[in-house]
Design a protein around this ligand. Structure first.
Ligand code: FE2
Length: 377
């Protein structure tokens, strides 16, 4: 009926998002050798050269290589001097994620709103300028030595940001059709999950959209707990894991030991065709956690009809899960450095907004087999 009105009990939405995020701007890794790491991400993952900063551009203490694939931007940074905070970071943690940079419309407001709510400043709002305009950047600390940068680039038309020059390369491997960061998972210490959930709620205005306890995520040997934090529009999702008591050492404990503290466990990269993407990644040498073939004899009983043939999924070791809204396909790489720390997830969502709870047991048993091979279980 045209005259129908909302009942007065339906409240108007009055909360405004004090930290509007437009997604992930880039992920910056501190690595021991950025030149070689850039070659790996180009060759193995199909990234393209975008920009470079280093001694040739007036940066004295570091070199940074910027790579892009669709909406994914990775920055690989290495120190070229000792006695430098990047060198200290690598000595402590090995290669890993330092910055999860978030795209904002106003980096000054992002810094003010988060620091006044208790966020610890990493960088006050700073204006970087060149002939192509300006980028405003600010940042706060999160778990471990990890940082959230806020990047405002609406008044910038250059290739990446001031201080960088375009990186033209004659070596341009084809894309593997990776699209954007789906989510980024942090591992935190014992009893630290809830304090960090509170940090994301209070300081960044995120909401806890999913929780998994140790009954959801446990194998015969080990357990972990996880809560998924999401910003208002759902563009940025940060699950937080902590170890839980089990008979043996959990994968989160192994990570904390080898990373020497809390940090980013995995970055999930989205694709629209996981079979093609993973076939390509495997051909280029990316290694994935092996799933037993028995997983595929029962998986369709659990998830029902899917559009894909099961054969290529089982050949590649791609996992399947379903929730109320659809299903998802996912696979996990082995750690991408010698320490058993950071790895990648490749994910294709077909409606599902969840994180593969139905796969946890099979996946963690597979991870534990590899942990045992390293003598860390
Ligand atoms: Fe994930």
């Amino acid at each position: 009926m045209a005259t129908e009105t909302l009942s007065p009990s339906v409240k108007e939405e009055t909360t405004t998002d004090f930290l509007p995020l437009m997604g992930t701007d880039y992920v910056e890794f501190y690595v021991g050798n950025a030149k070689q790491a850039a070659h790996y991400y180009k060759t193995a993952f199909g990234f393209q050269s975008l920009a470079y900063a280093g001694p040739e551009t007036g940066v004295r203490d570091r070199a940074s290589y910027v790579l892009r694939q669709n909406k994914l931007t990775f920055v690989l940074t290495t120190p070229i001097r000792d006695n430098n905070e990047i060198a200290a970071h690598i000595a402590k943690h090995g290669d890993g994620v330092k910055m999860l940079a978030l795209k904002v419309d106003d980096a000054t407001s992002a810094w003010e709103e988060t620091t006044k709510r208790g966020g610890k400043s990493y960088m006050k709002p700073t204006v970087l300028k060149d002939d192509n305009g300006e980028v405003v950047m600010s940042g706060i600390h999160t778990y471990g030595d990890t940082v959230h940068l806020f990047i405002e680039r609406k008044n910038y038309s250059g290739v990446f940001m001031p201080g960088y020059r375009k990186w033209e390369s004659v070596y341009n491997p084809t894309s593997t059709s990776l699209l954007y960061v789906d989510h980024c998972v942090g591992n935190v210490g014992w009893n630290q999950m809830n304090p960090w959930v509170k940090f994301y709620e209070d300081v960044m205005g995120f909401k806890n959209i999913l929780s998994f306890d140790d009954n959801d995520i446990s194998t015969e040997y080990s357990a972990l707990m996880s809560k998924v934090m999401s910003n208002g529009n759902g563009y940025v999702k940060f699950p937080i894991n902590e170890p839980a008591e089990g008979k043996k050492k959990s994968q989160v404990e192994e990570y904390l030991e080898f990373y020497n503290g809390e940090g980013v466990q995995h970055v999930a990269l989205a694709t629209h065709n996981i079979i093609e993407t993973v076939t390509e990644l495997k051909n280029r040498g990316v290694e994935f956690v092996k799933i037993p073939s028995s997983y595929y004899s029962t998986v369709l009983d659990r998830v029902g009809h899917i559009d894909e043939d099961l054969k290529p999924l089982s050949d590649l070791g791609i996992l399947i899960d379903r929730d109320d809204e659809g299903y998802l396909l996912q696979i996990f790489s082995k750690p991408v450095e010698d320490r058993p720390t950071l790895f990648f997830e490749i994910i294709q969502r077909k409606g599902a907004k969840s994180f593969g709870k139905g796969n946890f047991k099979a996946l963690f048993e597979a991870i534990e087999r590899e942990q045992a091979e390293r003598g860390n279980l």
